[in-house]
Design a protein around this ligand. Structure first.
Ligand code: FAD
Ligand code: NAD
Length: 465
């Protein structure tokens, strides 16, 4: 059996793991990374990147279809659009491939050794990797578990046949005529919206009494309206029961307790993600768990000295940029640098239509934390750039502490607001007050102007409403 020794071993080359390994390499740490599938993890291969590529395709298709139907208010007409979904998927796969190669190049540049295979702990310092050329034993002073997450499967609706996960949905080469989506969270609504734009008849079955339960009703309102306009049926408080006897649809129990069958060519199940720990040999370690996730402290340390965990395997928020930030921090801790998790907020974005961004505390969370609040909201209906983009739905909202006027949270819903997350995140991280934001000159005409206007509204003197 081949023996490797190193200072740092990273298990999993998703956004958490590969960023950790690159940073460790930059710091001169002798680092090995093990990956059982493809570099880049869920995010790059079957998550963030491919989903955003397909969302873009759907947006372009819908714009063309709108023009073909003569529905634009500015008189644009075009021929009926046709989409070769196979080509779109190939284009998406090409982007993924380029990024895979990019990650490999960055790891090489940082002098990180890449081992392909599935890792299993033998003890707190030793991992055995099953590689194509046989098992390899890796001994490391510090080990980072970055094994990520996988889709949750419903026992009465297992994946296979016409029941698909997000991974299956992103590989479809034909648009299903009827798509039933179980779970109206991030993935269900991002992909459900995309398929509706591509022409599928989409029905969303959500167990709770609202879509995107993490966000408040003001933020999700414009999404619900748009789903209705796209012809998407949203069934709230509904339970999936299982496939129809002929396998051509889904049986559900509606909110009023009645059973109904929804015809479906594909059933997309997006009811959350679970940590990937099967076969990792966790039984050979003594870790504290948080349900099925690995419990970590402020420095991503687990209950065992020298073992860290980062990213989705540690639970919500399961976001790529959180995993990356944790990875970078852990590499610096292993290098002996004084680091701690002192982040004030992690931006969360839902790439629906319109998009939602949230950083820091929502009004309800801030109230629960016993803050006296000043809240300002500015609608895109009063923003010139939004009007010229034909995207007046939505608003920017700023939540601040009364008295100190420290900004505690910023939320927005609207077309293209994902790009405002940079400004929102910076404001929270720098400890901005309402005056700081109101006093920053924002270029005209931009969507960003809604941000100081919302702060001015909270201060009682918005200019354009
Ligand atoms: P992962 O990316 O899951 O990577 C873990 C890696 O570990 C995998 O490559 C896996 O093969 C490897 N591995 C597991 N076990 C072993 C083992 N025993 N040995 C060796 N290797 C192993 N997040 C966002 O922030 N923005 C988005 O827009 C977004 N969109 C998404 C869309 C979809 C459809 C999905 C599914 C997810 C999306 N996410 C998004 C979430 C994002 O993908 C995850 O938060 C992110 O990938 C987590 O990174 P990670 O490094 O923790 O784990
Ligand atoms: P989610 O937690 O966002 O949504 C799951 C939804 O399914 C919830 O609304 C829940 O109430 C519902 N649900 C659960 N069980 C159900 C059942 N039996 N029947 C009907 N509905 C049911 O999970 P997801 O959409 O699978 O996404 C998983 C994770 O991936 C998220 O936690 C998110 O952090 C990450 N993600 C992020 C992005 C992004 O950042 N834009 C995009 C996609 C995924």
């Amino acid at each position: 059996m081949t023996e490797i020794t190193c200072k740092l071993l990273v298990i999993g080359a998703g956004p958490g793991g590969y960023v950790c390994a690159i940073r460790a390499g930059q710091l001169g740490i002798d680092t090995v990374i093990v990956e059982s599938t493809k570099l880049g993890g869920s995010c790059l291969n079957v998550g963030c990147i491919p989903s955003k590529a397909m969302i873009h395709v759907a947006e372009e298709f819908e714009k063309a279809a709108e023009a073909a139907a003569g529905k634009t208010p500015f008189g644009l007409t075009a021929a009926e659009p046709k989409l070769d979904l196979k080509q779109a998927v190939a284009w998406k796969d090409g982007i993924v491939q380029r990024l895979n190669n990019g990650v490999a190049g960055l790891l090489r540049k940082a002098k990180v050794k890449i081992v392909h295979g599935k890792a299993r702990f033998r003890d707190g310092k030793t991992v055995v990797v099953e590689t194509e050329t046989g098992p390899k034993t890796i001994q490391a002073e510090a080990i980072v578990i970055a094994t990520g997450s996988a889709p949750v499967e419903l026992s009465f609706l297992p994946f296979g046949g016409n029941v698909i996960s997000s991974t299956g949905a992103l590989a479809l080469t034909e648009v299903p005529k009827r798509l039933v989506v179980v779970g109206g969270g991030y993935i269900g609504l991002e992909l459900g919206t995309a398929f509706a734009k591509l022409g599928a008849k989409v029905t969303v079955v959500e167990a709770q009494d609202k879509i995107l339960p993490l966000y408040d009703a003001e933020l999700t309102g414009p999404i619900s309206k748009r789903l209705t306009a796209l012809g998407v049926e949203v069934l709230l408080g509904a339970k999936a029961l299982g496939p129809t006897p002929k396998g051509d649809g889904l049986r559900i129990e509606t909110a009023d307790g009645k059973e109904r069958s929804l015809p479906a060519d594909k059933i997309l199940v997006t009811v959350g993600r679970k940590p990937v720990t099967d076969g990792l040999g966790l039984e050979n370690l003594v870790l504290d768990m948080d349900g099925r996730f690995i419990r970590i402290g402020e420095r991503c340390e687990t209950a065992m000295r020298g073992i860290y965990a980062i990213g989705d395997v540690t639970g919500e928020p399961m976001l790529a940029h959180r995993a990356m930030a944790q990875g970078e921090m852990v590499a610096e801790i292993v290098a002996g640098l004084p680091r701690a998790w002192d982040k004030r907020g992690i931006a969360a974005i839902c790439f629906t239509d319109p998009e939602i961004v949230s950083v820091g505390l929502s009004p309800d969370e801030a109230k629960r934390a016993d803050h006296e609040l000043k809240i300002g909201q500015f609608p895109f209906a009063a923003n010139g750039r939004a009007m010229t983009r034909h995207g007046e739905a939505g608003f920017v909202r700023v939540v601040a502490q009364a008295g100190s006027e420290l900004v505690l949270g910023i939320q927005a819903v609207g077309q293209g607001v994902s790009e405002l997350s940079a400004a929102f995140g910076l404001a929270i991280e720098m400890g901005a007050t309402l005056q700081d934001i109101a006093g920053t000159i924002h270029a005209h005409p931009t969507l960003g102007e809604a941000f100081p206007e919302a702060a001015m509204k909270a201060l009682g003197h918005a200019l354009h409403i």
